[in-house]
Design a protein around this ligand. Structure first.
Ligand code: 5MM
Length: 343
């Protein structure tokens, strides 16, 4: 059904440019509490200035645009300037990286449902998106969090979060921005890979039903899901190919071919495993996937660089090299060409 008061062609172009062959996205949209938590891990002072310097380090990494099509920013960064006084948005556009923004306002406890979360941020979203679009941001991202545990996720939690994602997506398309829709089934817990499969399938089925009812144009969205994995505290051992098989099977069941692309979150996997899993999906299924399949990692791209940087200027170049290397590895994986120790 056509309800369109937006420029569909422009949305499709943005989505396809983000999913261009050989590239993926970098999520650098950690909210202040999350960014501070990552800084604390490496003894980096948790200030707005250090967060600015770190984001400057990322977007000025030479050649990053060879492997990265788009970057998801946090509101604080959009209002800061790079070391040379440019806006972050201009800097990225000049580097060939499409700028986007985290549009949600984080999660809170879902009232009446212990252990479950709901994402906030719909109030005032239309105005915020219009402002972001005016600043030159071309896409937005909203993360819903689903936890696997004793008796959870409940249908109520899934329904509430998927409804919210659909409403967010409608506001984005209205503002001319591509919605990246991120329903994250967390890795936390002792669950098996088959439990993760079952929950991810439930979540994605629900999501696409809500997107349909909300009249979202699926050609103008991107999906950012978790890979299908056993919980971090599970005793189960799965091979890289087990994860690739389960993830692709789940996505083929649930994600309409009309969706132009899927860009995974890394979810706390090691940098190496996240890359190997993406690579295996392309090696085994590359020819039969109906959508482009790439990465939209935060931790699996950034952590080695952050560990080297430690908030010190003298480590900046080495940190940029580490970031570029992970971007290059994931770019290779996105084409099924990754090998450990890639030069
Ligand atoms: C799941 O988090 C997203 C992907 O990151 P990973 O690859 O590290 O799993 C990420 O875009 C996330 O949404 C942002 O880091 C913002 O998170 P917070 O917790 O700050 O809202």
């Amino acid at each position: 059904m056509d309800n369109k008061n937006f420029n569909k062609e422009s949305l499709v172009n943005i989505a396809n440019s983000l999913m261009v062959a050989g590239k993926g996205l970098i999520a650098m949209d950690e909210s202040n509490p999350t960014c501070n938590k990552r800084f604390a891990q490496f003894g980096i002072p948790q200030t707005a200035e250090l967060r600015r310097q770190y984001r400057d380090l990322i977007v000025t990494t030479p050649d990053l645009g060879k492997y990265i099509s788009g970057a998801i920013l946090y509101d604080e960064t959009v209002r800061q300037r790079t070391n040379d006084g440019s806006s972050f948005i201009d800097k990225m556009v000049n580097a060939g990286i499409i700028p986007g923004i985290k549009a949600d306002m984080g999660t809170v406890d879902l009232a009446g449902f212990p252990g479950e979360k709901i994402t906030e941020g719909l109030d005032g979203l239309r105005d915020r998106l219009n402002e972001y679009a005016g600043l030159g941001l071309r896409f937005a991202k909203w993360r819903a969090v689903i936890t696997i545990g004793n008796g959870i996720p409940t249908d109520t939690c899934i329904a509430a979060n998927m409804q919210t994602l659909a409403q967010y997506a409608a506001f984005c398309q209205e503002a001319g921005m591509v919605p990246i829709v991120e329903p994250e089934v967390l890795m936390d817990g002792t669950h098996s890979i088959s439990q993760c499969f079952e929950v991810t399938e439930r979540v994605l089925t629900h999501l696409f039903n809500k997107l349909y009812k909300q009249r979202i144009d699926l050609e103008g969205i991107l999906l950012k899901p978790n890979m299908v994995l056993a919980g971090v505290d599970s005793t189960e051992k799965n091979s890289v190919m087990d994860v690739a098989d389960a993830t692709v099977k789940c996505l083929l069941r649930c994600v309409p071919a009309e969706v132009p692309g899927i860009a995974f979150l890394s979810g706390g996997q090691s940098t190496e495993l996240a890359t190997e899993h993406l690579n295996a999906m392309h090696v085994k299924y590359g020819q039969r996937l109906p959508w482009a399949l790439t990465f939209s990692f935060s931790r699996a791209l950034q952590l080695p660089a952050l560990e080297i940087w430690k908030g010190k200027d003298e480590n900046r170049l080495a940190a940029q090299q580490a970031l570029l290397y992970r971007a290059k590895c994931n770019s290779a994986a996105r084409m099924g060409e990754y090998k450990e120790g890639l030069a």
